[in-house]
Design a binder for this molecule. Structure first.
Ligand SMILES: NC(=O)c1ccc[n+]([C@@H]2O[C@H](COP(=O)([O-])OP(=O)(O)OC[C@H]3O[C@@H](n4cnc5c(N)ncnc54)[C@H](OP(=O)(O)O)[C@@H]3O)[C@@H](O)[C@H]2O)c1
Length: 229
């Protein structure tokens, strides 16, 4: 079935890989912070540019999306930023920004798009969390808090929406969205896109509640190559 799919943070990295794969068979609504973030726009895709560090922009995005479609089958809450510092080195503004983009915007957008999803066919919400939600990595305390927050939000929402909208969470270790060296022990954006494709193509009542993704030769949970020493 051709689904109507909205992906946030779809201009690069994991979101872009999801758009490339899912766009082959589905109708896409793609979001990034700015319309100029998208290269090589396609005619049959709707693009949106809204900075999610400000919650009024999340509401505006939801309104514009509602003006383009009267239903939605899949919402992929992918948008996210990761700043890595010891807590004492964070600015107050950077803490606020990461919580806004990674957690608050997901919750608010999901709330605003529920009416569209409830009109969708076999509707599904996917949240992009991280293995940071479940591990202790120096420098990722704030990031981990946002990812653990979204994990638990999704967990409770899955119960609340049971029988109406399926809710899935993806927890991934590092994904090479920053052109790490070839052959590094790190996942690729395509690995995540393929996982999303698998999740949304399962027929009800089967549900991938949450899934953990890693590289065969991965680092352990205590530190990552980029962790401050
Ligand atoms: N990469 C990893 O190792 C990894 C591992 C586990 C989980 N994740 C999670 O996966 C998701 C995608 O990560 P990624 O590595 O693919 O990120 P990325 O390559 O940095 O892409 C981030 C996307 O989010 C958008 N974005 C950033 N700031 C924004 C803002 N203020 N308002 C609206 N959109 C904004 C960007 O749009 P612009 O181009 O307009 O800036 C871009 O489309 C995130 O939630 C991340 O936490 C990543």
């Amino acid at each position: 079935m051709r689904k109507k799919i909205c992906i946030t943070g779809a201009s690069k990295g994991i979101g872009q890989a999801e758009a490339n794969l899912l766009g082959k068979h589905h109708k896409l609504f793609l979001h990034a912070s700015n319309l100029n973030s998208f290269n090589n726009k396609k005619e049959d895709i709707h693009y949106f540019g809204y900075d999610f560090s400000k919650m009024e922009n999340v509401s505006k995005f939801a309104e514009e999306l509602k003006s383009k479609t009267d239903s939605l089958d899949v919402l992929i809450n992918n948008v996210g930023v990761m700043a890595i510092h010891k807590l004492e080195d964070f600015t107050d503004e950077d803490i606020h920004k990461m919580i806004s983009i990674n957690l608050h915007s997901h919750i608010l957008l999901t709330k605003k798009l529920l009416p569209l999803l409830l009109k969708g066919k076999d509707p599904h919400i996917i949240f992009m969390s991280s293995m940071s939600a479940k591990n202790r990595i120096i420098g990722e305390s704030v990031y981990a808090a946002t990812k653990a927050g979204i994990m638990q939000f999704a967990h409770a929402l899955r119960y609340e929406l049971a029988g109406k909208i399926r809710v899935s969470t993806i927890h991934s270790w590092g994904v090479n969205t920053w052109n790490d060296v070839e052959g590094a022990a790190i996942l690729t954006p395509k690995n995540i896109a393929e996982t999303v494709e698998f999740i949304i193509s399962r027929e009800r009542p089967f549900l991938v509640e949450s899934i953990e993704l890693g590289h065969e030769n991965h680092w352990n949970g205590a530190s990552a190559p980029w962790s401050p020493k």
